[in-house]
Design a protein around this ligand. Structure first.
Ligand code: SF4
Length: 326
């Protein structure tokens, strides 16, 4: 039986942080063995919040280096830029006729994005970014979309658009299913619910050990654990969530030490630093190798684009045919 195809992407904003890894990349790396994987460098999506394109290509390269350094295998996973496949824009235009603005305004992640990105006046393109996402997925006939819980509404909009298109013109698209990640979101170092570069609360996949130490040192903890021996509440402490992810084998020891007051926050953070650095070490090593051969990274992207163009053109042939636009 042929493998199901998944489609997922990231906005190229440069180097990635551990929140990107936990929220998406880790899952992509696992799934690439069981699915035919298409991974999109969402460089059109960046324009919804940043019109300055001067660094967009460099940022794409940095992001792809992190993808591969963390374990994404270009032999298994197609990597390509959205902007280089013109069919994304065409399908986006067609899909934009199949969904109401009221439906897009009901998208629950929109308000959150407005907050995170400090948007005062939303542009038309931002309202429509889920429609562009739908085009990204359906252009390659993605059958599953790896997402965190918060992204499930986007997949639902994609399913609605696919249904509407098929009913209106004829069967071209299959409705994709969300593939939920188990651990979809990592808190920021400042305690914010989300780790984000715009909030300056991240640990990068490329951060050297000393940098990780300095950053963790400033991380917020349980505000009621003031002195070293005060009993703490790990369930409200973001450092504990990092332990759960990166120090899984010792998590009950950390939990009981914190609750009893035997473990102080400084020591607890240093244990966490050690584990995060152990996790980052091979990624940083691979990144450094790739930084010495940027042409190889560019070739991986060019190769992915050549392959993606063939699939995109074939889908649009079908679209044109059923719409009598051929
Ligand atoms: S001991 Fe660790 S888990 Fe407990 S509050 Fe301090 S940093 Fe958080």
């Amino acid at each position: 039986m042929s493998k199901k195809r998944i489609l997922s992407g990231m906005r190229p904003t440069g180097k990635l942080h551990i929140g990107h890894y936990v929220g998406a990349l880790e899952n992509w790396i696992k799934l690439q063995n069981d699915y035919e994987s298409y991974h999109l460098i969402a460089d059109y999506h960046v324009l919804t919040t940043n019109l300055d394109t001067s660094e967009i290509y460099n940022n794409s390269i940095e992001m792809v280096i992190d993808w591969i350094a963390a374990g994404l295998d270009p032999a298994k996973s197609l990597i390509f830029r959205q902007s280089q496949i013109k069919e994304h824009a065409e399908l986006y235009l067609i899909f934009s006729m199949l969904v109401t603005t009221a439906r897009l305004e009901r998208n629950p992640t929109l308000k959150e994005q407005v907050r995170d990105l400090n948007i005062e006046n939303m542009i038309y393109g931002h309202l429509g970014y889920t429609v562009l996402q739908s085009a990204d997925i359906l252009l390659y006939k993605g059958q599953a979309v790896p997402v965190g819980e918060d992204q499930v509404p986007h997949v639902e909009i994609t399913r609605e658009i696919a249904r509407k298109f098929n009913n209106q013109y004829g069967l071209v698209f299959q409705e994709p299913e969300p593939l939920l990640t188990n651990f979809s979101r990592l808190q920021g170092l400042d305690g914010d619910a989300k780790m984000s570069k715009s909030l300056n609360n991240t640990i990068l996949l490329s951060d050297e050990p000393e940098e990780v130490k300095q950053k963790l040192r400033k991380a917020v903890t349980d505000p009621l654990k003031v002195r070293r021996n005060d009993p703490g509440r790990p369930e409200v402490c973001l450092v504990f969530t990092y332990h759960k992810k990166f120090n899984h084998e010792n998590v009950s020891e950390i939990e009981s030490g914190c609750k009893s007051g035997e473990l102080g926050c400084v020591d607890c953070k240093m244990k966490c630093v050690e584990k995060i650095n152990m996790f980052l070490e091979p990624i940083i090593y691979k990144r450094k190798q790739m930084e010495n051969d940027i042409d190889a990274v560019k070739n991986i992207i060019a190769d992915g684009e050549n392959k993606a163009k063939i699939v995109a053109a074939s889908t649009m042939d079908e679209v044109h045919k059923v719409m009598s636009l051929g």
